[in-house]
Design a protein. Structure first.
Length: 333
């Protein structure tokens, strides 16, 4: 049985023009769940990860606005809160879809921590967008009121940015593996995982958000999955995105993507981390990756939609920016 690691984007759960209510997110999760049931019916084993950009931004905003009445929450705790929140919604949607399809599989969310380096330069240069989009005037007001750092994101407005260090190790990796052996559909590394550092031989939470695609690539490599799929709000990876010359990439090799990345085709706060993550997975022995929208997952996996990325001989290497914890006896051994 082939295994797919599916990384569901936070913006796939809260779509353009939506407020992000629980009902909206559950409806979107249900659409994704129906696609996943199709993958299961096609004979795949599925592991789920998910983003939390809009949700963790909302959690922080609630915490900061309510700080005069209840203690505020640090960012790592907000990461944990959204892992539980989104995992619950995905579990509800998955169990309903499985029951309707007559499929008897269990679903479990694993609250996942990812180790990062205390000296990671991201702590001095926040670049990860979280939360909703704001107009320029709204962004300026939040800079003054909350001291947020704001950047323009992919011509859709302004968003808050926070530190996003590189994930080094997944603490609950063996638990995830054990559940997979027992055919449990695992939801893990939510929002990229809760960032922790090692201090005095103990793990300690830090104020940051790990990019979920990078954490997903790390998990996919460690689990040696057959296919790494990133679900986002775009059907394809596009060149010259939102320009008159915009065009979809339907198939690409690693070297071609590296060239487009170096040419600035993929913004660091949007498609860039997805491309880098795919390159890391393929460079460490992965066979295929796909980037597509949540509504086209089944079509993409069966080759009828999405951008399909494959390794090539000149690009088959691990990128130096990431140390993947490939298990003993894994690929290349």
């Amino acid at each position: 049985m082939k295994t797919i690691l599916l990384a569901v984007g936070g913006n796939s759960l809260i779509r353009a023009g939506e407020k992000g209510t629980v009902a909206e997110q559950l409806a979107n999760a249900s659409r994704t769940a129906s696609q996943i049931v199709g993958l299961l019916a096609a004979g795949y084993r599925v592991v789920l990860t998910h983003g939390n950009g809009p949700q963790v931004g909302a959690a922080l905003l609630r915490s900061e606005r309510g700080a005069s009445e209840v203690p505020g929450l640090p960012l790592d705790v907000c990461d944990a809160c959204t892992q539980g929140e989104i995992g619950y919604l995905l579990e509800q949607a998955m169990e309903t879809a499985l029951q309707n399809a007559g499929v008897h599989l269990r679903v479990a969310t694993i609250l996942t921590r990812c180790v990062v380096a205390a000296e990671d330069p991201a702590f001095k240069l926040p670049q990860k967008p979280i939360g909703p989009f704001y107009s320029r005037s709204e962004a300026d007001a939040r800079r003054q009121t909350f001291g947020w750092q704001m950047v323009e994101d992919a011509s859709r407005g302004y968003r808050r940015v926070v530190p996003s260090p590189e994930p080094i190790r997944i603490v609950e990796l063996e638990v995830i593996r054990e559940l997979m052996v027992h055919d449990v559909i695992v939801i893990a590394c939510g929002g990229g995982g809760i960032p922790v550092i090692t201090r005095n031989d103990h793990l300690e939470g830090v104020e940051a958000v790990i990019d979920k695609d990078r954490a997903s690539a790390l998990l996919a490599a460690n689990l040696e999955v057959d296919l790494f799929v990133i679900s986002t709000d775009a059907d394809f990876v596009y060149l010259d995105y939102k320009r008159p010359t915009q065009r979809a990439l339907r198939e690409a090799g690693c070297r071609e993507l590296e060239e487009h990345l170096a040419a600035g085709q993929f913004p660091p706060g949007n498609m860039g981390p997805k491309i880098e993550s795919v390159l890391r997975f393929l460079g460490c022995g992965g066979k295929e990756a796909i980037i597509t929208s949540a509504d086209h997952l089944l079509e993409a996996v069966t080759g009828r939609a999405g951008t399909h990325i494959f390794p090539d001989r000149k690009a088959l290497r691990c990128l130096e920016q990431q140390t993947l914890e490939v298990p003993i006896g894994g690929r290349g051994s």
